[in-house]
Design a protein around this ligand. Sequence first.
Ligand code: FAD
Ligand code: NAP
Ligand code: SF4
Length: 672
Amino acid sequence: MTTPYPHLFSPLDLGFTTLPNRVLMGSMHTGLEDRAADFPKLAAYFAERARGGVGLMVTGGVSPNLLGWLKPFSGKLSWKWEIHKHRIVTKAVREAGGRICLQLLHAGRYAAHPFAVAPSKVKSPISPITPRALSARAVERTIDAFANAARLAREAGYHGVEVMGSEGYLINEFLAPRTNRRKDGWGGDAEKRMRFAVEIVRRVREACGPDFILIYRLSMLELVEGGSSWDETVAQAKAVEAAGATILNTGIGWHEARVPTIATSVPRAAFADVTARMKPHVRLPIVATNRINMPEVAEAILASGGADMVSMARPLLADAEWCNKASAGRAQSINTCIACNQACLDHVFVGKKASCLVNPRACAETELNYLPTSKPRRIAVVGAGPAGLACATIAAQRGHRVSLFDAQAEIGGQFNLAKRIPGKEEFHETLRYYRHRLAEENVDVRLGRKVDAADLDGFDAIVIATGVVPRAVDFPGHEHLKVVGYLDVLTGRVVPGQRVAIIGAGGIGFDVAEFLVQADGSPTLDAPRWLAEWGVDLEQHARGGLIAPVVEPPAREIWLLQRSPGKPGAKLARTTGWIHRAALKAKKVKMIGGVEYLGVDDAGLRIHADGAESVLPVDQIVICAGQEPLRELAQPLRDAGREVHVIGGADVAAELDAKRAIDQGCRLAAKL
Ligand code: FAD
Ligand code: NAP
Ligand code: SF4
């Protein structure tokens, strides 16, 4: 086979079995693992990815016993009768020609239930629950539970297991002095702290025989104080290799670490060097992870000899066909994971089923299908933002004749603004994907002219995806020349001076602040610079790999304001909001809540906050006060008796994001 990525698509011989390529679909909790009734959906999700050509997959974490539950009644495999539902998954994957391992994860002190256990009674900063310290007998029982669960996994038809030894869960807690204060045979020096992990690997191997894949997820960079040292991590790798592991996967950062590890602002492959540093110390195949989302990134890691496999989880949520497309040289048609977390991790953290912002079919394979239409129609889609793009491409894929209109000279709508925000460069990929899809599906794209009702004669159905307009504000002085809109700033029509107040601290206010604190043209996705800004030392001179951050001074002095009381940014997304807040704090942005806007004059913006009046001596005031729907086309068309559908921001502007826009576009197109 000829492929532009020869390393990525070369087989990997594990001795007793051969993987067809070097892609490991990393473990990701989807929310479908916890209820038996959801297993047919889970099976469809994995089978689709197996057909998509992935070499080896790992399930979301399943606990080996009750105490290890992530939350009450989450996935567990400790009794024989629990095998049955897993067989639905393994059968579907095997029939699709794939391979799948079950991840064994004991939550330890991250467990969200009152029976949480840990090596020592040390509470995690991100959990309200103080864990109970395991007795020496309970430690032995837990090791047996891992071996038992692995045996049951084999019986259930899995090709192997992954033992989760990283991210700050139980095994990792035994390894680090931060959490292991024991003085018995399971704590004290590094060798005793490591015993728990090594015994688990040894007994899992013993229980499952030599021809069963045993991946060990090794915490290679902890990013917390009091984590393991590099020498201890190397010793651990060698010990689990000797105990019978087949593959060594990389874990980066504990969940409680205050360094982003997978968000979109993390440069691609920023942590791959950690795996490369470990590689010479072991003979096992070793897997690089984190922010690897496109084939050229994966190929470069493998070609450099820094790893034997690459792990991708979210990228395969975004595109089940990732491997087939890459191996056939069709990388341009990959629907790239933009690392936003909005529909995957943010969902799982609040107990909702995972999906994907750019691919709403993820985890909905049994219910959202784009079947060929039996009645092809002429469809006009007005607006080529995310909602219109999703709708137009899927309607065309189903066999409709689709025309897509936009007033702008390029497709993308507000994504053309989002992609300019430092750290949101991945949004370019979504636009590249849609440009490619529009051409592939022969959509008639008409750009550069605002459409009115008269332009839409002759279509059987009209989709209004015209988005939003910025909300007008009415505080005293809003007509002053210093007052500009976020569109002026992000399109470059206005280049603000050195001191700027931002009115409105929603997602766009935060993004505008990020835009303004960065010097023009500074390479935000430069890994060495990014690692320095977050205080990460990949060489791990100190335990955990943390050093003092080196933050470049902000390009401007910024005030980020909101009227509501409380801290700005409190409503930003669960898994990424803290990153935006921390990044702006490091750039000395002054974030103020409970502000009353009293007026604007040549001296600046007069406000009332914290019981006092003051004047912020700013050159510009940028309005980021939310948006209103733009759907003026809809009513005249309806009045004329036409079939009209309104989606995305044009439908509802409040709490609009691209997740809803794309989801609505896809779901409408599936029914048209
Ligand atoms: P839009 O993207 O607004 O597209 C509407 C399109 O319709 C426009 O291209 C417009 O030119 C066209 N149009 C309007 N009227 C006509 C007409 N009469 N004729 C022809 N064309 C017309 N969302 C997220 O989920 N995550 C993020 O991280 C994120 N970051 C963002 C950062 C910034 C700076 C901004 C501004 C937005 C961000 N968003 C983000 C929001 C997201 O971009 C929007 O929710 C999404 O674009 C809405 O999609 P839409 O298709 O409904 O509308
Ligand atoms: P938003 O989140 O609704 O925030 C609007 C802000 O403006 C609020 O802080 C609000 O706070 C303030 N405001 C509202 N009316 C005002 C008025 N009349 N005068 C002065 N201030 C006013 O909207 P947005 O920031 O425009 O974002 C739009 C959507 O894009 C969001 O829903 C978001 O999901 C999405 N987005 C997401 C991301 C992301 O990273 N996920 C990034 C960007 C955008 P007060 O009322 O307290 O003043
Ligand atoms: Fe990637 Fe965002 Fe989709 Fe999650 S929701 S898989 S981060 S694109």
